[in-house]
Design a protein around this ligand. Sequence first.
Ligand SMILES: [Mn+2]
Length: 407
Amino acid sequence: MIHQNRRKELLSQLDDDALVIISTNPEQLRNGDVHYPFRPHSDFWYLTGFKEPEAVAIFSNNGYTIFLRDKDPTREIWDGKRLGIKDAPQSLKADKAYPIDQLLALLPQLIDNAGTLYYDFKACALDDQIIELLSKTQYQSLATHVHEMRLIKSTKEIELMQKAADISVQAHQSALQQTQPGLFEYEIASVFDAEFRKNNSEHAYTPIVAGGENACVLHYIENNKPLNEGDLLLIDAGCEVEGYAADITRTFPINGKFSTAQRQIYQIVLDAQLAAIESIKPGVLITKPHQITTQIIQQGLVDLGILQADGDLSQFYMHGTGHWLGLDVHDVGAYQQNRQHRQYEAGMVTTVEPGIYIRKNDKINPIYWNIGIRIEDDILVTKTGHRVLTGALVKTIDAIELLMRKK
Ligand SMILES: [Mn+2]
């Protein structure tokens, strides 16, 4: 019913005679006969709930047609069960179901009878002939409409996101407790593999498990170096539940005790993060958290003599403070409306993730070299303010050191 209601709501925003065409992701070859694990396209999943590859949904106020792989006893021995044409209408609440290989033959008459067509090539795994057929017709982009819907999460979606957050919090907590000098980054990465799979969830993105100077490489995913005494460990990892992501970063000392320099930098990032989160409520401009974090980090680095008062902050803090979170870890939804930054609304979910990254630099006291710290939580905007979905995970210096002592 959820997906049927979403299709109805989408159509209510389009012209009365609109026809929507949307396809799922293509399968991606890894090597030889091996594919990467299949994940449906998020827009397609959101509107249909159908998770098999090779599927196209076409719907309008006159009905809903789904094209999918038919049953195939031989293929199913190799690749697993398929829903098939016969069961698809009832299972997917569709009016008609056809084999995907009839799409090219049936599409012209479906288009002929329609008014305005809505689809997006980018979101479509349609073959070249279909793209050619469609490109000869007038069409409008579907994505902006679907993405605006996806930006505001329903109660059910928030439940799934809370579940993803809870599993991810638990995994981070285990990782914190298991970390010690002499292990390798991949051994801590494996804690997340196990915790996520144990809960029937998957990584929402490739995790970053970055010891010492590796934390200063923002998208470090090698995760294969030793964890050294005296270094910090930065972990950015989150799982997805029914497609909905959590996105958490914590940074902590590998030996369980922050050095003075680490403590100084950590406290600046934490103060910035807490102040930014505190500002989030409906009606506040979504640029506010970044304003707050840059101001606090700038001042903190100046106070420590790391940055000149008029210095360039982007050498130490070179990314934004957050992004939408949902079915995609960097979720869809416009950040601006009518060329203006938009305001927070209840039901939006954003990350807040300031950081400071200090590479080797002869102008800076060496005690600060190779410190890379980011703290990231997932924030739901509520009617009256916000709720930190990932708030159960420790992040003050005292709480981290206490948890790491309790091994
Ligand atoms: Mn993030």
